[in-house]
Design a binder for this molecule. Structure first.
Ligand code: FMN
Length: 300
């Protein structure tokens, strides 16, 4: 089985890497660079440093995970200082370094994208699907549900870094096929978008732990991911492969726990895949286990 792949013209030894939300510091970049991940995804990063939400912010069970981390990260000043070192560490292990950015306005997306490319990042992923950011009792708009906002963000990013930049657009699962087609049209019309990464977490899930919500912030609402997300992720990848122009590639993410899941995402149209929950639960060894299983299922 051919494991080598290519995303936005960047060669990857195999299709598996960590997903955004699992690596924020230079130390974590070092860990991932030593692992069997094909690339290192840093972020999501924001302009201001964020301590993130407090209380119970992550839970994982056998079927699904919930999180409401609230984008904890050290903010633009830290990444302006360290991205070039992160790039050097990842490149030293022959891995590209990708950076996920989360702005609070189109201008912030453009600023963060410029910062990441300025530090030498190989690809920048626009996180348009983060549900867990609250200002008081008001939830931040999830950008991918607003096609006009997506257009504006991609326009600002393209204006700033040029149409040839290697940019991925990460989106939430959209249950309405017409809305998904509308979003695909907007992304397809953008020259700077080379890749769509799907799916981010399903927003505002809720679960009890006895009589109490499992997750503390935001009234217990949380981003849903993990194994139960896989059929949804596969459905989104298959629909988007039909909807997007051929020049836009797809990275599949959601519910990968076994090598056969990678095969299913690839057969559905993804050129590469990412893991968040499985990596958080099983740490670095998850990459080699999944790859061994992928090779096993390929040989039967
Ligand atoms: C604890 C946690 C934090 C996350 N943080 C981010 C983030 O900062 N940016 C982002 O684009 N996605 C974030 N995600 C979403 C994941 O990257 C991924 O899209 C989603 O969890 C589905 O993959 P999984 O089923 O392998 O977990 C986060 C997910 C988890 C579980």
């Amino acid at each position: 089985m051919e494991l080598q792949t290519e995303v936005a013209g960047i060669r990857l030894e195999h299709p598996l890497m960590n997903a955004a939300g699992t690596c924020r510091s230079l130390e974590e970049v070092k860990e991932l660079s030593r692992s069997a991940s094909a690339a290192v995804m840093v972020g999501s990063i924001t302009v201001e440093p964020r301590t993130g939400n407090t209380g119970d912010v992550y839970w994982a069970g056998p079927m699904f995970s919930l999180n409401s981390l609230g984008l904890p990260n050290r903010g633009a000043p830290y990444y302006r200082e360290t991205i070039s070192e992160m790039v050097a560490v990842a490149h030293g292990e022959n891995k590209p370094l990708f950076v996920s950015v989360a702005g609070f306005s189109p201008e912030e997306y453009a600023n963060l994208t410029e910062l990441a490319f300025g530090g030498g990042a190989d690809l920048v992923e626009q996180n348009l699907g983060c549900p867990n950011v609250w200002q008081g009792s008001t939830q931040k708009r999830i950008a991918c549900f607003d096609p006009a906002l997506v257009t504006e963000i991609l326009h600002r990013v393209e204006e700033r870094v040029g149409a040839d930049a290697k940019v991925s657009v990460k989106i939430s699962p959209l249950s309405d096929p017409f809305a998904l087609a509308g979003l695909a049209q907007v992304i397809g019309a953008s020259k700077v978008a080379k890749v769509v990464t799907t799916v981010n977490t399903f927003p505002n899930a809720f679960s009890y732990n006895g009589a109490k919500p499992r997750i503390t912030p935001g009234g217990g609402f949380a981003g849903f991911a993990g194994p139960a997300m896989k059929p949804i992720g596969l459905g989104q990848v298959r629909q988007l492969r039909e909807l997007l122009p051929d020049r836009i590639q797809i990275i599949g993410v959601g519910g990968i726990t076994h090598g056969k899941d990678i095969r299913e995402y690839r057969e559905s149209g993804a050129v590469a895949v990412q893991v968040a929950t499985a990596y958080l639960e099983r740490h670095e060894q998850v990459f080699s286990s999944l790859l061994d299983e992928l090779l096993e299922v390929a040989s039967v």
